[in-house]
Design a protein around this ligand. Structure first.
Ligand code: ADP
Length: 267
């Protein structure tokens, strides 16, 4: 076995091989073990993420069942109903994102047609939930005729995810700058820069893991499923693009999707 400096898991089998002889078979099972650990973690995470809203939901339902109907005012009833709806919608969002991820994983590269990313970005910026929190959003330098060969719905979800995150993790009065441009060496770059809470360097490599959040409470409170960047990373991979993240804790972040020249065309 080649020693690449990494810790290895080896499976060693001793098999009788003729009179007084044995065959030693050594197999490197490092990768198999890693996959198994990832799978187990994933199942545990999904169960945990779904169990939380389910517990809240059944708590409210029990309370409603056990309370005499006349002791609830109309206002209280409406409040309980809204809280229960919120939890149900949370589960729906998690399941929808999990389905999106598993569809993306089922094939490694995307075909598709030239997509005008300028329109995709403008559409995303007009979605109600993206612009609601009082941050200043500047659209800088959108190259209107710059297209990416790919699947429009996937590209649109990657574009929205980075924008939604910038809004989610930037306080009111912060600034978000969005750009879409051709680089000197023929790559196309979509970038979203914010002056938000930023990310400590040790967290950056883990952000695209499913359900990884720096601050669980904040992500949940803002409606995040913890799957947005995992989806964005998969969309990037399927379009041979790189998702790059630069950030400074307390100062802000720059997320970019960089597409290779082979995917780029002008309309
Ligand atoms: P979530 O639904 O929690 O936003 P994501 O996968 O989109 O899930 O992001 C994972 C985590 O990365 C977030 O919980 C947050 O901690 C961090 N993050 C993502 N975008 C930003 C950003 N623009 N500024 C600061 N932190 C961010």
């Amino acid at each position: 076995l080649q020693n690449d400096g990494q810790e290895k898991s080896l499976l060693v089998q001793l098999t009788p091989y003729g009179v007084g002889q044995f065959l030693i078979v050594t197999r490197d099972v490092t990768q198999v073990e890693k996959l198994e650990t990832t799978r187990k973690d994933f199942v545990a995470n999904v169960s945990h993420e779904l169990r939380t809203p389910l517990t809240v939901l059944s708590g409210f339902l029990e309370t409603l069942r056990d309370m005499p109907a006349e002791s609830l005012s109309g206002e209280q009833k409406a409040r309980y109903q809204n809280l229960m709806l919120e939890q149900a919608q949370r589960m729906q969002a998690i399941v929808a994102d999990l389905l999106t991820l598993s569809t993306l994983e089922s094939s490694p590269t995307a075909g598709g047609e030239p997509v005008r990313m300028g329109s995709v970005i403008r559409n995303a910026l007009q979605q109600g939930h993206i612009l609601s929190n009082g941050q200043h959003v500047f659209v800088e330098n959108i190259a209107e005729d710059l297209c990416i060969t790919g699947v429009e719905t996937e590209l649109a979800s990657a574009v929205s995810n980075l924008l939604t995150n910038a809004i989610r993790y930037t306080p009111k009065d912060g600034t978000i700058t969005v750009s879409w441009y051709l680089t000197e060496d023929g790559h196309a770059c979509y970038s979203v820069q914010d002056t938000g809470i930023g990310i400590a360097s040790q967290d950056i490599p883990r952000l695209t893991e499913r359900f990884y959040r720096v601050d669980r409470g904040r992500s949940r409170a803002t409606g995040g499923t913890g799957l947005g960047l995992a989806i964005t990373k998969h969309v990037a991979m399927r379009h041979n693009a790189d998702l790059t993240i630069h950030s400074r804790f307390g100062a802000g972040s720059l997320f970019s999707l960089v597409f290779p020249p082979a995917r780029v065309s002008l309309a």
